[in-house]
Design a protein around this ligand. Structure first.
Ligand SMILES: NC(=O)c1ccc[n+]([C@@H]2O[C@H](COP(=O)([O-])OP(=O)(O)OC[C@H]3O[C@@H](n4cnc5c(N)ncnc54)[C@H](O)[C@@H]3O)[C@@H](O)[C@H]2O)c1
Ligand SMILES: O=c1ccn([C@@H]2O[C@H](COP(=O)(O)OP(=O)(O)O[C@H]3O[C@H](CO)[C@H](O)[C@H](O)[C@H]3O)[C@@H](O)[C@H]2O)c(=O)[nH]1
Length: 329
């Protein structure tokens, strides 16, 4: 059987495509290359360049391939951009997901893994935050994803489709074998920005907000290494294929690190004391988000292998060097 990976030319979907191929699966990647790269798709996967909201195209993919599961990564993912252009997020992340689900139901695809986000929690009253708290996203990005979670629950109740929703916290690092990493042309994620600053590819780093109600005033996040996260998807796929029921799990390590702590680790691992500018808050940022991560361990048997920020930063540094040389070469 074949797995359809939407967004498989992007950061996390690309690592998923690699991992699926590593375990001998057939992989079809559907990606419009809006933020992804054709070169990031492993050659053994079939890349179809197109939009996952294009129902005629998706129907054709289901007709041409024996797809038993969809891993849906494709989305717009930048929180501040969702604040300035919410309709683009509701179209790409929500409305098009509805079309994809309709095609899946029509084609009888019964297994669906969805990339959700810690942003569905908004500003949780307590951290770590567990899956069963009331959901109150504070930005359009989080709301655009939460609506897909709701659609999935309704579709699963009405049809034979079962799902695993994985709510990722902050994803970072790269394939330990060095085959792939985060490649987005305009970096906005903290660790990637910090690594670029350390390598002199950008002029220092701005810290967005130092007056949050956190120990050092900067935002606290739970950084999860990308292949650990992909392992949770492989386990989710096995769970669904074994007939397991629909499930929603946080994906994080259950450990919070502040922006200033992350910056210190990047400086230490790189050995570069790059410029850090303390700035005002960025729109849409919650103060703290740390995963209550028991369920993914208990229900899916997940055990992380790379829960170490220095290792994650080292991977990000070495990928960024490779990416830079590739561009220069
Ligand atoms: N990176 C994180 O820290 C993080 C955290 C939580 C959740 N997520 C979720 O993980 C998923 C993957 O994120 P990523 O970091 O790999 O982002 P990414 O931008 O690297 O990958 C997204 C991919 O989707 C493709 N895409 C976007 N819209 C499309 C469309 N309409 N049709 C076809 N392809 C389309 C892009 O070209 C890109 O290759 C997203 O759903 C995101 O919301 C990411
Ligand atoms: O140059 C930078 C970049 C980021 N930050 C700060 O670092 C923290 C982390 O920011 P990121 O942009 O790396 O990540 P976010 O927490 O905003 O969002 C990420 O994780 C979320 C879930 O927690 C979402 O899922 C989203 O897709 C994903 O981008 C935030 O406080 C942000 O303000 C800086 O101070 N300077």
């Amino acid at each position: 059987m074949t797995v359809l990976v939407t967004g498989g030319a992007g950061y996390i979907g690309g690592h998923m495509a690699l991992a699926l191929l590593d375990q001998g699966e057939e992989v079809v990647v559907l990606d419009n290359l809006s933020t992804g790269f054709a070169w990031a798709v492993p050659p053994a996967a079939k890349l179809i360049v197109g939009d996952f909201g294009d129902s005629a195209l998706v129907d054709q993919i289901f007709a041409d391939h024996r797809i038993d599961a969809i891993a849906h990564f494709a989305a717009k993912i930048v929180v501040p951009e969702s604040v300035s252009d919410p309709l683009a997020y509701y179209l790409n992340n929500t409305a098009k997901a509805r079309n994809l689900l309709e095609c899946a139901v029509k084609a009888g695809v019964k297994q669906f893994i969805f990339s959700s986000t810690a942003a569905v929690y908004g500003e949780p009253a307590e951290n770590p935050v567990f899956e069963n708290v009331a959901l109150a996203p504070i930005n359009p990005y989080g709301r655009s994803k939460l609506m897909v979670e709701w659609m999935l629950a309704d579709v699963a109740a009405a049809h034979q489709l079962r799902y695993v929703v994985l709510r990722y916290f902050n994803v970072a690092g790269a394939d330990p074998a060095g085959r792939l990493g985060q490649s987005s042309p305009v970096a906005t994620h903290l660790i990637k920005v910090a690594v670029q600053a350390a390598l002199g590819h950008r002029d220092g780093l701005d810290v967005f907000g130092t007056d949050y109600p956190t120990p050092d005033g900067s935002c606290v996040r739970d950084y999860i290494q990308v292949t650990d996260l992909v392992d949770a998807h492989l386990l989710a796929l096995a769970h669904l294929r074994a007939g397991g029921g629909s499930l929603t799990c946080n994906c994080g390590y259950g450990r919070g690190l502040s922006v200033l702590e992350v910056v210190e680790v990047v400086k230490k691992v790189s050995g570069v004391d790059f410029e850090v500018r303390l700035k005002g808050r960025r729109p849409g940022d919650p103060a703290s988000l740390v995963a209550g991560a028991d369920r993914v361990r208990q229900e899916l048997g997940w055990t992380p292998k790379h829960d170490n920020l220095a290792e994650i930063v080292e991977q990000a540094l070495s990928w960024e060097r490779r990416l830079h040389n590739r561009k220069a070469g």
